[in-house]
Design a protein around this ligand. Sequence first.
Ligand SMILES: [Zn+2]
Length: 119
Amino acid sequence: MASKAVEAVLFPGIDVRVERVCDSIGVLVVAVSTARPSRCPDCRKQARRRHSTYQRTLNDRPLGSRRVVVRLRVRRYFCDRKSCFRKTFVEQVPGLSERHRRSSTGLTGWLRSIAIELG
Ligand SMILES: [Zn+2]
């Protein structure tokens, strides 16, 4: 499947660019955030300086019976507000990633709706 098609199916309206897709036992999607610089989660100041990048691994909604894993490259930013306790923070991609979660936002919502349906 072409990267643009994967973006349209898995990440509609989400600021990521798919770089690679591997489909063997499960589906591995390598993607990079294209979102604008984030705001500090503590003081809400808009980030201006990038600290580094790193790769997060997120479980996403399955495609049929196949597990989907997203390797998402995100950016760490400096918070430049002198009075802020936080010196760096990692961006979150709205609609895809949340702090401290190993599941995508879509998978979390999907599992929640199944639990409600069963409960
Ligand atoms: Zn801050």
